[in-house]
Design a protein around this ligand. Structure first.
Ligand code: GLU
Length: 304
């Protein structure tokens, strides 16, 4: 079956089924979104792109950005990064504090909040103007300048930042945060607030489908080895405490966010972004997971 037919089939199936799940409300601004939204965009490296639903509407990418901040930090500091963050699935919630205490402030991986906060700390140390340079990096990957932070969402998150503040302070006590903790939190909330459409997100993740080459400029951004490693971390750690379930059902690497988005890649073939704000109790988009499961099942193609 052609990808276009599969995307149409997914769209009809999703629309026909009664939606379950809950829109994230712990960041009050996120709760204002309509629960019905559903969009999907598949970017084929062969130039065959297809989409359905609200695929051109902006949404808050939230934790999906952690893949991009990690990519930039890994490129800037290289293998030294592993002194500050590990590569193991956490088996706990994205904002959990428990492991950090007995693992002496070294986060399990860069895709949980603690790991992403360490990555923010590294970017603040390495970049002259972190906010500007980071969004510039994302725009370059997406091949568009139409990408921005939503500072209303960042402020809404900052007003309820108790857990992230606890994480950053605990890591500071272990010496794994080098900058001022408020500066790290502000940078983290700002970059989490990036808004993109499914189309822009799929375009951005072509970097990993294309094994480290920017599809739009033809420039190599990261080595193919780094692209492999980042994709491996997405596969094992990209879905909070449900990375096993996503791997089992879908079978390609990806990353979810509490805004209801998922970006995923089939290296050498395509990148895909899907968005539906209704989340399951692990924090992953219910329809997003279902859509990607249908995609790899109907196409009979995945990394496994
Ligand atoms: N900014 C969100 C937080 O730290 C991101 C969570 C997510 O998308 O997983 O709570």
């Amino acid at each position: 079956m052609e990808y276009k037919q599969i995307i149409d089939k997914i769209f009809s199936a999703v629309k026909a089924e009664k939606a379950t799940g809950k829109v994230a409300d712990y960041i009050p601004e996120l709760a204002t979104i309509s629960a019905d939204k559903f969009g999907i965009y598949l970017f084929g490296l062969d130039g065959k792109n297809c989409e359905a639903g609200d695929s051109r509407e902006k949404f808050s990418i939230q934790s999906i950005l952690k893949v991009l901040s990690f990519t930039l930090a890994f490129e800037l500091v290289g293998e030294k990064i592993w002194e500050r963050v590990d590569v193991e699935p956490s088996g706990t919630a994205f904002n959990s504090l428990v492991q950090l205490e007995y693992e002496k402030g070294i986060p399990r991986n860069p895709l949980i909040n603690a790991g992403a906060l360490v990555i923010c700390d590294i970017l603040i140390s390495e970049l002259n103007d972190p906010e500007k340079e980071f969004i510039g990096f994302v725009k370059e990957l997406a091949g568009t300048s139409e990408i921005n932070y939503n500072l209303r969402i960042a402020a809404s998150e900052k007003a309820h930042a108790y857990r992230n503040a606890a994480l950053v302070n605990l890591m500071k006590s272990f010496g794994n945060i080098h900058n001022n903790t408020d500066r790290v939190l502000d940078f983290y909330f700002t970059i989490c607030s990036i808004e993109m459409t499914c189309q822009e997100l799929a375009r951005t993740f072509t970097l990993f489908a294309n094994r480290g080459i920017n599809h739009f400029t033809g420039n190599r951004v990261i080595s193919s080895s780094k692209s492999k490693r980042i994709s491996a971390i997405m596969q094992t750690c990209g879905f909070y405490d449900e990375a096993g379930e996503f791997t089992f059902r879908v079978g390609i690497p990806g990353k979810s966010g509490v805004g209801g988005g998922i970006a995923a890649v089939y290296p050498g073939h395509y990148s895909v972004a899907v968005w539906s704000p209704l989340l399951n109790d692990k924090g992953n988009s219910v329809r997003g997971m279902k859509a990607l499961e249908m995609l790899t099942t109907l196409s009979e193609a995945s990394v496994f």
